[in-house]
Ligand binder design. Structure first.
Ligand SMILES: Nc1nc2c(ncn2[C@@H]2O[C@H](COP(=O)(O)OP(=O)(O)OP(=O)(O)O)[C@@H](O)[C@H]2O)c(=O)[nH]1
Ligand SMILES: [Mg+2]
Length: 344
């Protein structure tokens, strides 16, 4: 069993996209073996540059992404793309559209495109996205583009995983005002005004500039830049790529890049701890302990704060035996493997 798992990871590392897709699904579905498998992936990560592309539905994110893929491929860079499905019904058809738009890259073995469904994800978007980023990174992808629809908190989420965050806007009413509410001004590194062919791009640019000028900036702080594009006609792609490179250079020279990496690792560590604690809590006395606590809560015998303190102290006493049990389990699995190979 263990042997099989390591095989999957090494397949991923050798560039097997089917194995990679399997592992990504494993993480998204929280298959326990998938996390063990990731231990073989981690040593090969940390090289890729991550660009988040967010914005309203239909703003042109996928068209821009496709243009950026072509641009980076011309520079001989390998590219990974993670398209995060729109969850709501009104954007439900977008996935098919994305496939069509990105189809031209489907034959290129140096481009790996994968979509993630946020619907039904237990651990949320961040965990599955980060896992997929690691896998693509370990496969040697130089740049990873993460497209997500920004229609709520998700666009803020993306800034937690990306090195550079693009926010795609289109000429039209309301956009600039909404941005202020959602805190997007703070979360964005590069603003893209797409569909500039439609006119009105100058108006939105001026709005944006005046909003940016109202903010007070620290000396040397990155001030979001604004790039105009016509993604449908592949105009502005090189300028946008140059802005991304400029921001990357800024992050590198200020130490901010490492800071963002650390933030991501912290997020991942905390999620892992959360999963571990929840798993352990649910398994104390085969779940009976938790049931009893919940009953006590229902009857008003205790409150969540007090109950959680009890729970944590119980967990501390449980951890010793649990660890021993696991070590024993590990030996017994190896033993099985041994027996198996002796038979064959
Ligand atoms: N006129 C014009 N249309 C564009 C431009 N860029 C994209 N479009 C069109 O806008 C529509 C939406 O483009 P997408 O790239 O799918 O937009 P998206 O932001 O990925 O959309 P979702 O993934 O559904 O949120 C398509 O019909 C594109 O052809 C542009 O620069 N000008
Ligand atoms: Mg799209």
């Amino acid at each position: 069993m263990l042997l099989m798992k390591a095989k999957l990871a090494s397949k991923v590392l050798s560039g097997d996209t089917i194995a990679a897709a399997k592992l990504i699904s494993g993480i998204a579905d929280e298959v326990p073996g998938a996390f063990e498998e990731m231990s073989h992936i981690y040593p090969h990560t940390g090289k890729a540059y991550i660009v988040g592309i967010t914005g309203a539905p239909g703003a042109g994110k996928s068209t821009l992404t496709s243009n950026l893929i072509s641009h980076f491929r011309k520079e001989n860079r390998t590219v990974g793309v993670i398209a995060i499905d729109p969850t709501s019904a009104f954007t439900g058809g977008a996935l098919l559209g994305d496939r069509v738009r990105m189809q031209q890259h489907g034959e290129d073995k140096d481009v790996f495109i994968r979509s993630l469904a946020t619907r039904g994800l237990q651990g949320g978007l961040a965990k599955a996205t980060i896992g997929t980023i690691h896998i693509m990174d370990a496969m040697g992808k130089d740049i990873i583009l993460v497209e997500t629809v920004g229609s709520g908190q998700i666009e803020i989420d993306i800034t937690r995983v990306a090195d550079t965050t693009l926010f795609v806007m289109t000429p039209g009413a309301g956009d600039a005002i909404q941005m202020m509410k959602a805190g997007i001004l703070e979360a964005t590194d590069i603003f893209v005004i797409n569909k500039a062919d439609k006119g009105g791009a100058d108006v939105i640019k001026a709005d944006l500039q005046s909003m940016l000028s109202m903010k007070s900036w620290l000396p040397g702080e990155w001030q979001p830049s604004i790039t105009l594009t016509e993604a449908l006609y592949n105009k502005g792609t090189a300028e946008l790529a140059a802005e991304i490179a400029k921001h990357r250079q800024y992050l590198r020279s200020t130490g901010e890049l490492e800071k963002r990496k650390k933030q991501r690792l912290k997020l991942e560590l905390m999620e892992s701890v959360e999963r571990l604690v929840k798993d352990r809590v649910s398994s104390i006395d085969r779940g009976e302990y938790l049931d009893t606590l919940i009953d006590d809560l229902l009857k008003g015998k205790t409150d969540p704060q007090t109950a959680s303190l009890h729970l944590v102290s119980r967990l501390v006493t449980e951890l010793g035996p649990v660890r021993k049990q696991r070590q024993y389990g590990g030996r017994s699995r190896n033993q099985d493997k041994h027996n198996q190979s002796a038979v064959t």
